[in-house]
Design a protein around this ligand. Structure first.
Ligand code: PRP
Length: 215
């Protein structure tokens, strides 16, 4: 394996809904990510003028890249962090991509004898219902979770709610909020020691931009 370049900071960026807000925050922090990155299909993008390399990752994989050190730092939603439970440092709450993790069901939901809960977040859901003292069967799905109560696969779901539009359009209601979600900056434990000055100065720039935003 080649020696890591200590001058380059490798950043795992989540593609999709967080990317737009994360790249905007980087720009507000004075880190000029070129705008043509927003639509690129390229997966590894070097920015030598910023001594950075961006790894365009599937959001759920960001903590894995950071835990293994192939990315020094990464941006990831608190939902993924809670579900994946990887050995990484959580450095900063970026305050972007705000949403919440909730228990959702049909408005006429009543407790059943063999309750089933469908979710993309089986660890989060299992822990939540265990703490509530409720025995449920957790069924892992990979998307369109709201289908499950509509077609009778599960009586409730655990999923992320952002605008609430998906719930409204499918006649579902939020029953309980489990936790609030924002995106976080995370770091590999070794990178955090070895590239501390670089990571710390990035944190300071981002924190200043967050403070301005939050007024
Ligand atoms: C997420 C989530 C909800 C929806 C919530 O799905 O699982 O379905 O967004 O957003 P809203 O409250 O603004 O409607 P995503 O778009 O990631 O797609 P998925 O169904 O493939 O998980």
């Amino acid at each position: 394996m080649s020696q890591p370049n200590m001058n380059i900071l490798k950043v795992a960026m989540p593609k999709g809904r967080i990317y737009k807000q994360a790249s905007k925050l980087f720009r507000e922090a004075g880190l000029p990510i070129p705008s043509d990155f927003d639509d690129t299909r390229k997966l590894v993008i070097e920015l030598p003028e910023m001594d950075m390399e961006f790894i365009m990752a599937k959001p759920v994989d960001v903590p894995t890249y950071v835990e293994y050190g192939v990315a020094d730092i990464g941006i990831v939603g608190k939902d993924v962090l809670m579900e994946e439970n990887k050995d990484v440092f959580e450095l900063l709450d970026l305050g972007i991509a705000k949403c919440r993790m909730s228990v959702i069901g049909l408005p006429d939901w009543t407790p059943s004898i063999n309750p089933r809960v469908a979710t993309k977040y089986p660890n989060v859901a299992s822990q939540y219902f265990r703490e509530q003292g409720q025995q449920v069967e957790v069924i892992k799905l990979n998307g369109s979770i709201e289908l499950a109560p509509l077609i009778g696969l599960a009586d409730r779901i655990v999923d992320m709610v952002e605008t609430g539009q998906t719930l409204r359009e499918n006649g579902l209601v939020e029953m309980e909020t489990i936790f609030g979600i924002t995106s976080r900056l995370i770091a590999n434990r070794v990178s955090y020691r070895m590239k501390n000055a670089k990571i710390q100065s990035l944190c300071d720039l981002l924190q200043a931009a967050i403070t301005v935003k939050q007024g």
